[in-house]
Ligand binder design. Structure first.
Ligand code: DGL
Length: 258
């Protein structure tokens, strides 16, 4: 079963990585919509329009499962995609919530893009499944360009992290949901700032588990072909691939789906 994954850019690679770790022999097509990034500050209508085009592209490439590896697109477009396309659509928000479900945390922080926070997708779902004492949400759109431009090691990034996450220290949270697929790339810095008593949750591990379970009931493809498409050139993307996947070989092409 060829799996199609999309995000606005580099972020979805954090999900792609977990999928490859768990199901290395599967066939994958990754689409990074770098021409239209960032998604997280765009309207619902626009994110739905982009997500429909991305999904159609992946299905035309032969994908039989779609992974929306973007929280913003999961929040705004997942239900439209599920109605419109006749393939299983997996989203990162359900997986993120699942990751928190069985944990012992009660004071939860959520960081995500402005659109994901505005959709209340995490907070509404969390309240349904768990007895949470406190939920604090904070939008951190600036984390996305930091990751896309590969500048996370610059000295001033620590100050940006501090300014954005201070609210969680003040409110003594015990768990933080990384509600944007770009954010796990900043995990080490976030962990360093919040300290060892705050558990960080990202949806990629749960999502890979769900797909593994789903595929256990179906026949697996064994070629392990991995294609990557971007909708525009991206200076840092190749370096990000190298940093995250070492010597793995990918077929990378720039395409126009507008
Ligand atoms: N990585 C995406 C997310 O999980 C979107 C980031 C962006 O393009 O703003 O929300």
């Amino acid at each position: 079963m060829k799996i199609g994954i999309f995000d606005s850019g580099i972020g979805g690679l954090t999900v792609f990585k977990q999928l490859i770790k768990r199901l290395p022999n599967n066939d994958y097509v990754y689409l990074g919509d770098t021409a239209r990034l960032p998604y997280g500050i765009k309207s619902k209508k626009t994110v739905i329009e982009y997500s429909l085009k991305n999904t159609k592209f992946l299905i035309d490439k032969g994908c039989k499962i779609i992974v929306v590896a973007c929280n913003t697109a999961s929040a705004y477009a997942e239900s439209t995609l599920s109605k419109k396309f006749n393939v299983p659509i997996f989203n990162v928000i359900d997986s993120g919530v699942l990751a928190v479900k069985d944990s012992a945390i009660h004071n939860v922080g959520i960081i995500a893009t402005p659109s994901t926070i505005e959709s209340k997708s995490y907070s509404n779902r969390l309240k349904k499944i768990k007895n949470i004492k406190k939920i604090i949400s904070k939008e951190c759109p600036i984390f996305v360009p930091i990751v896309e431009e590969g500048i996370k090691s610059k000295g001033y990034i620590d100050q940006i992290i501090e300014e954005n996450l201070n609210i969680f220290k003040k409110n003594k949270i015990d768990g933080l949901i990384l509600g944007c697929t770009h954010y796990p790339i900043l995990k080490v810095k976030i962990k360093k700032f919040l300290g060892p008593n705050v558990t960080l949750f990202d949806s990629s591990i749960e999502l890979a588990k769900s797909i593994d379970t789903y595929l256990a009931k179906t026949k697996k493809v064994k070629s392990g072909k991995k294609e990557i498409y971007l909708t525009d050139g991206s200076k840092y993307f190749k370096t990000a691939l190298k940093n995250m996947f070492n010597d793995m070989n990918f077929n990378l092409k720039i395409i126009d789906i507008r």
